[in-house]
Every structure is written in C-alpha cells, then in structure tokens.
Design a binder for this molecule. Structure first.
Ligand code: SAM
Length: 462
C-alpha cells in the first residue's frame, strides 16, 4: 500500500542523509560517533564553519527527522514529552552543578563508564537520585549507560565541560521556568493581554518587578555575568558565518560601530579578518565596563592605537557617530524589542547615516512554516539533484528544524514583547525609518544579515 506522506519523508530523509554523508567526506571530516571521547568539528559552530552544502544537508536531515517524528509519534506521547521537557534541562544542569560532567570527562578511559556508586561517593550524593537523572540525560543523548547503572559521557556532552562553549551557555536564571509557566495567564487573562509594552510581559509577572528585563538584569549583578556569557556564546555561534558570508570588502566606510555589541566578540572577529577597518563597541554603561576590561586584555594594541574603541551609548538616545565614516551592526538587538521601541532604536541609527553608510541588522528571519511541498530554499538546495522533481512535504521553514527560531521568538515575546520578524515585518520596520533593504544575506546559521541604507527617495522625511 502507498503511504504517501511516510514515503515522501523517507525518500527525502534518504536523499538528505546521502548528501550529508557525501558532504562530510568532501569536507574531510571524520565520521560522527556518539561513542567518541572527542568532540566532532561540527559540534561547535563558534570554531567550525561547515560548507553551505553540508549545512543545508544537515538542516534538511533534521527537518525530515522532525517531520517523521511528528507523523509517527502518538500525540499524547508528544504532549507528555513536551510537558516534561524541562526535566531534561534540569538533569544536564545537575550534572554540571555537581561536577559529574567534568569528572566523567577526566577519568582515564572516558568511554568505559563510571558506576553510579562511585559518583555518589565522590560527590557525597544520593545514588537513588542520580540514577534517574543520569538515565534522563541518556534518553536525551548526553550520556550512555555502558552497563546497568554505569555511565559515560557522550561526544555531545563534551560541550558542557569547563572551558567549552555549551558550559558558558548552561546557566539558568532563577525564575526562568515560572516565567514560562506564566505565559498562558499573561496571554489569555491578564490585564496586559493586549499590551505591547516591554514593561508589561510575563517577565514582570513572574519576577514580580516593574522593571524591564534589561533593567532588572543590570540591577542584579549575580546574573549579569552569566547572562553576558550566555549572550556572547549565542552571538559567537553566528560570528564565523557573518565574517565569511558578508562582502565586508565592499563596505565603503572605514569604521564599524557595533550597537549593543556586548562583549565585543563580533567586531574582534571582523577586525581579525579585515584589519583595514576600525571598530567601536557601544553598549549600556554597566556592560561596557565589562567589555572594556575584556578588550584591554585581549586586544591591548587595538585599544591603545584607537583601532578599537569601547563606549557607553544608550540605544534610545541619538547616535553620536554620524556620517559617511560609519556603518552600523545591530546583532540580536531588534528582536528584543516590540515594533515601537525597535523603530525608535533604528530611527536613531538611520538619522546618523551618510550616503555611503550601511546598517547590518543581524537577526533571524522568521519564515512562516507554511505547509509546502517545494519551498525556495529546499528547491535551491535540490536544484542539482536527480531527486528535484519529487514532492518532499517539508514546510517552508524546515518545520521542526526551525524549532529554535520559534522558541527564540517566544522567549523575546515573554521577556520584552519582542519577536523574531518575518521578511514582510522587517520591510515595514525598515521602511518606516526612512531606510531600504538593499540585500538579505542568508547565513550558515539560524539568522541572516539584512543590509539597509538610506532610502534616498525618503530624503527629508525622517
Ligand atoms: C541580545 S544582546 C546582543 C549582544 C551582541 N549584539 C551580540 O550579538 O552578541 C543585547 C544587547 O543589547 C544591550 N542593550 C540593551 N538595552 C540597551 C540600551 N538601552 N542601550 C544600549 N545597549 C543596550 C545589552 O546590554 C546587550 O548587550
């Protein structure tokens, strides 16, 4: 019997996996293994940039796997899995907090597995609690149970070892889960259900504060550094593709200003690749104190010579760097803010532009996940394949493979009434600030570079 959807997804998955395997070989990468005691280059996007074909084959494989899971799994099982997904996060957090991750990575034979009794003794913990926690991690693919109640790290969990990227991201803000639980109340029945203010969100309800999320964070120093670290890794994940996939040499302005540039990782990478530029990192006062000390340590010569400046600047104040000397980057800034505030921020930058200046908005483009059998991105990926005429049933934004974009959008919504914008929403926002989009550069990441310049047809209307 023909099973149309199952058959199409299976064919698509086979095609995607065959391509993925071929591209791994073309890139001279080792085989992927969950048993390996070392990380695979593909595990860390902050240090390894896959070829475009490898990136696309991986994304399509994940999309097919997700769509197949949605097709096959019982909805009740999926509902239960969703409901209990927080336990997966709590389990890995526990392994990090107790020191078990670092211990498992440091044993003489990390693939062999350590009995839970040894872990309990070493860390003065209750083995009855450790077994379900470690089994939950195993079910989520972070550890392996090598024999009954003995556990070894999987390759992927190595990202949680001290000094690795996932460890810097592995903080959890107390109250974060209650903010998530507050969302249905906030949206359906609170006094703020129609409010678009960043001061009237699930965040204020859950954290019992009148402060906007960013103001609350800077007033709570115990979370400022972990959050700055988290944001820096989230940014670093797109840095290699931003440096590689934008034609920096075509920028006609000698200075790049990174507005809300955080710890300055992005301009550092751009300066390394294009030393002819000068750069300025702007952020809030409390943040630039941290950024300055980081940059003085990492790039003392650039700071001394004035190639790199770090300065306090409020996004809601007029931009003081004006004219043809400057182009501006706003990475992961606009998604934080609702339309009114986003337009104020962008308007200030627009009024500082010279005719040669560009604004590079680096954020996700939230393509609606419309039911589609042949989307532009899938189509272009398939263009040179024999399989191109097949009907693939992959939604336009790769379905489950865009879960992260959807989750980010929910996070921005509940924290600040922000969102990840669709291209149409970007056009409206940009056009309303007297700008026009000159190009959209897709990245080998979940985000894109939306390049804008002054809309000369709008001269005098700003
Ligand atoms: C999501 S982070 C992005 C950081 C950085 N652009 C990156 O990509 O890594 C948002 C940044 O905006 C900064 N920010 C928030 N409100 C601001 C304001 N009113 N003026 C200046 N910076 C602000 C935060 O301190 C933070 O560094």
């Amino acid at each position: 019997m023909a099973h149309a959807e199952l058959d199409r997804l299976q064919a698509c998955l086979n095609f995607a996996l065959d391509t993925f395997r071929k591209e791994l070989d073309n890139s001279h990468l080792p085989p992927l293994s969950q048993h390996s005691p070392v990380e695979h280059p593909l595990d860390d996007p902050t240090t390894y940039l896959p070829s475009t074909a490898l990136f696309e084959a991986r994304r399509l494989s994940l999309a097919c796997l997700g769509e197949l899971k949605n097709l096959i799994q019982s909805p009740l099982d999926r509902r239960m899995e969703d409901r209990y997904s927080g336990y997966g996060v709590a389990s890995t957090d526990t392994l990090i907090k107790t020191g078990i991750i670092d211990y498992l990575s440091g044993v003489p034979n990390p693939s062999q597995g350590v009995p839970v009794t040894e872990l309990a003794l070493k860390f003065e913990l209750d083995s009855q609690k450790l077994v379900p926690i470690l089994r939950c991690c195993a079910a989520n693919g972070w550890v392996r149970e090598t024999s009954d109640s003995s556990f070894a790290l999987n390759r992927c969990a190595r990202t949680f070892i001290e000094g690795h990227a996932g460890r810097r991201m592995a903080f959890s803000m107390p109250g974060f889960m209650s903010m998530i639980e507050t969302i249905p109340h906030w949206v359906a029945e609170s006094d703020w259900k129609f409010s678009h203010s960043p001061e009237q969100t699930a965040f204020q309800i859950a954290f019992k504060t009148p402060l906007m999320a960013f103001s609350w964070i800077v007033k709570n120093p115990e979370v400022l550094i972990p959050i700055a670290n988290h944001l820096q890794v989230a940014g670093d994940m797109s840095t290699p593709t931003i440096v590689a996939d934008y034609p920096w040499e075509q920028l006609e302005t000698p200075v790049i200003v990174d507005c809300g540039g955080g710890e300055g990782g992005l301009v550092s990478a751009i300066l390394d690749a294009h030393p002819s530029f000068r750069a300025i990192v702007q952020d809030m006062e409390n943040v630039v104190a941290l950024t300055s000390s980081i940059m003085e340590e990492r790039r003392p010569r650039d700071i001394e010579s004035g190639v790199l400046n770090v300065e306090a600047h409020n996004l809601f104040q007029p931009q003081q760097r004006i004219g043809n000397e400057y182009s501006f980057i706003l990475r992961h800034i606009m998604h934080d803010w609702p339309d009114k505030e986003a337009a104020t921020i962008l308007g200030h930058v627009a009024r500082a532009l010279g005719p040669k200046s560009k604004i590079l908005l680096i954020d996700m483009v939230n393509i609606p996940n419309v039911d589609a059998t042949a989307t532009p991105s899938v189509e272009s990926f398939l263009m040179h394949s024999d399989a191109k005429r097949r009907d693939y049933s992959i939604p336009s934004h790769f379905g489950s493979a865009s879960k992260l974009v959807a989750a980010y959008s929910m996070h921005m919504l509940s924290m600040m009434n922000g969102c990840e914008r669709s291209l149409r929403e970007w056009e409206t926002l940009v056009g309303g600030c007297g700008l026009r989009i000159t190009n959209v550069y897709p990245l080998r990441d979940h985000s894109a570079i939306i390049e804008c310049e002054l809309d000369t047809g709008m001269k005098g209307k700003l």
